[in-house]
Design a protein around this ligand. Structure first.
Ligand SMILES: NC(=O)C1=CN([C@@H]2O[C@H](COP(=O)(O)OP(=O)(O)OC[C@H]3O[C@@H](n4cnc5c(N)ncnc54)[C@H](O)[C@@H]3O)[C@@H](O)[C@H]2O)C=CC1
Ligand SMILES: O=C([O-])C1=[NH+]CCC1
Length: 312
């Protein structure tokens, strides 16, 4: 009989998952994904069940990585919550299966995985696409993703200035009070992004919050929100004027309102740049449109389980 699955809560997952371990695994898996070898890796576009009545959705994100021996699925819900709600907007659970026998080997919190792997992938995009001399980081939003992006961007890069904007100024102050380093709270998006070299958009918005006319030419935008075909974070001017990179072409054309509704062309996947099959156009204004991928969750969960196994 199969052993009982390992159960790991959010606190344990957070403790076991470090950016230093995560970043190289994500670079490697995204590079492999972009080679589209289905004997190596299978990851369908996420299935989404909209819950219109409650402004939410359930996403199911399976992935199989043959060489790594990972069979995994994440189930994630996202709800557009009222400001200051005590409930998290993004909640998730990850299941790991034994790829040969099919039983579940681990059930773990997916909130920490989602927060960290998304931010780590954005940091990989910034490493490739942000201007060579990047001094100013700007984060739009003050929720879970904003926090994980702050953590990894200030860990991996050295910015002279970090700015944050949030819909309610009080939430931006609460965000900043929780941090160690200096961050300037801005009272408008325009003030926050003007002159910024790197801009992270991590909001629950469904209409554009970031407008191209405010963005410095050559800046890099890591766009994490707006993951439904009719949701936007970025306006048409920005989308059409920048070089657009995505995590997966299939995901982007099925799910990204910023891409579908603006008619912007996707230049390349992040993995295609990692592979060297497409260039990183660092000197131009660049957007990395992130939607999230099951393979990212899969390698993150495997890493967590390896760490846990090494101590038990
Ligand atoms: N690309 C990816 O892999 C992932 C993307 N996401 C997306 O990232 C975004 C943020 O997620 P979380 O940080 O978990 O949510 P959260 O609820 O913790 O934070 C959302 C932030 O957006 C702000 N916001 C909400 N509605 C807004 C609006 N209409 N205009 C401006 N600001 C608004 C809130 O004030 C808050 O600061 C969501 O859109 C979510 O779907 C989440 C997980 C993974
Ligand atoms: O990849 C992911 O887990 C998500 N993307 C958008 C909401 C959740």
């Amino acid at each position: 009989m199969a052993e009982s699955p390992v159960l790991l809560n959010k606190h344990e997952v957070e403790r076991l998952l470090s950016y230093d371990d995560l970043i190289p695994r994500l670079e490697s898996v995204m590079g492999k994904f972009s080679k589209r070898d289905s004997s190596e890796m299978i990851q369908p576009v996420r299935s989404v069940v909209p819950i219109q009545q409650h402004s939410g959705f359930l996403g199911v994100m399976p992935a199989y990585l043959a060489a790594e021996g990972i069979l995994c699925t994440k189930m994630v819900t996202f709800y557009q919550r009222p400001e200051g709600s005590s409930l998290p907007s993004t909640q998730a659970t990850v299941l790991l299966f034994h790829p040969e026998h099919g039983h579940v080997t681990a059930i773990m919190d997916g909130e920490a995985i989602t927060a960290k792997r998304t931010a780590a992938v954005s940091a990989i995009s910034a490493k490739l696409f942000m201007p060579a001399l990047s001094e100013v980081l700007c984060i739009l939003g003050s929720g879970q993703q904003a926090r994980s992006h702050y953590d990894v961007f200030t860990k991996v890069f050295k910015f002279k200035e970090v700015r944050v904007w949030s819909r309610r100024r009080e939430m931006a102050h609460r965000f900043v009070n929780d941090l160690q380093g200096p961050v300037r709270v801005c009272s408008s998006v325009k003030e926050a992004v003007t002159g910024a070299d790197v801009i992270v958009t991590a909001t629950g918005a469904s209409e554009p919050v970031l407008f191209g006319e405010w963005v410095k030419p050559g800046a890099h935008v890591a766009a994490v929100g707006a993951c439904r075909p009719d949701w936007r974070e970025l306006d048409d001017v920005l989308m059409r004027g920048a070089v657009v990179y995505v995590d997966s072409r299939e995901g982007a054309t099925a799910e990204s309102g910023d891409i579908i509704l603006s008619g912007a062309q996707v230049f390349a996947e992040l993995g295609e740049v990692i592979n060297g099959s497409f260039p990183a156009q660092r000197e131009k204004t660049t957007i990395f449109k992130s939607l999230g991928m099951g393979i990212q969750d899969a390698v993150s969960a495997k890493l967590v389980l390896e760490k846990w196994n090494s101590k038990h």
